[in-house]
Design a protein around this ligand. Structure first.
Ligand code: PRP
Ligand code: URA
Length: 209
């Protein structure tokens, strides 16, 4: 069964409390999503392999460790996942970025795919899928299925808020995928929105409501 890691770091929890607030402006919301993604990235990449290198300082040679050429990609689920990309890229400037476009049909609540563009060598890369909301889990599960279909073997999912229903679906469909969230909320309402959640992440990032 996949590992679920809930980040309880005070900086993340503080920023999340402002993010949830209905009075938070679009500008601040967008900045907070990016900052939380950056902080979560720090922890979600903890297992990256390192290699020893010698670095000549002005004084002597220091035995140092650098990331061992791991091929990574960040894949946001459009739209809301886009808000998390900057934060990840600021930590990993050379990371490749693929995009999966999905929206939730308001009637069926099922994901509808409208875009899929990956780096050419995506099958050789470890992938971190980012989407602020893991609600029913339909979007994340479908996105990960599409990635597996093109040969990706190692995938992590990073969301800001998860619902128990979404975690359960992910664990059923993709038990090999580790899940990172800043909070696990209570339940979904009748519209499949996370309670208490933060509302519609895409609308709040892009100011579309
Ligand atoms: C939101 C969110 C996830 C999805 C989560 O996107 O960003 O992708 O819903 O719900 P699920 O777990 O029930 O699938 P939405 O479909 O609203 O599209 P948007 O990002 O374009 O606003
Ligand atoms: N998508 C969102 O943006 N918010 C939710 O609470 C559920 C799905």
């Amino acid at each position: 069964m996949s590992n679920v890691c809930v980040f309880d770091h005070p900086l993340i929890q503080h920023k999340l409390s402002i993010l949830r607030d209905e009075k938070t402006s679009v500008k601040e919301f967008r900045e907070l999503v990016s900052e939380i993604a950056m902080l979560m990235c720090y922890e979600a990449t903890r297992d990256l392999p390192l290699e020893e290198v010698d670095v000549k300082t002005p004084v002597a040679v220091a035995k140092c460790r650098r990331i061992a050429g791991k091929k990574l990609a960040v894949v946001p689920i459009l739209r809301a996942g886009l808000g998390m990309v900057d934060g990840m890229v600021s930590m990993m400037p050379n990371v490749k970025v693929g995009h999966i476009g999905l929206f939730r049909d308001p009637e069926t609540k099922l994901p509808v795919k409208y875009y899929f563009k990956m780096p050419a060598d995506i099958a050789e890369r470890d992938v971190i899928v980012v989407d602020p909301m893991l609600a029913t889990g339909g979007s994340a599960s479908a996105a990960i299925t599409f990635l597996k279909e093109v040969g990706v073997k190692h995938i992590k999912l990073m969301s800001i808020i998860g619902a128990p229903e979404g975690v359960k679906k992910m664990q059923e469909d993709h038990p090999d995928v580790d899940i990172f969230v800043a909070a696990l909320d209570d339940h979904l309402n009748d519209h499949a929105y996370i309670v208490p959640g933060l509302g519609d992440a895409g609308d709040r990032i892009f100011g579309t409501k």
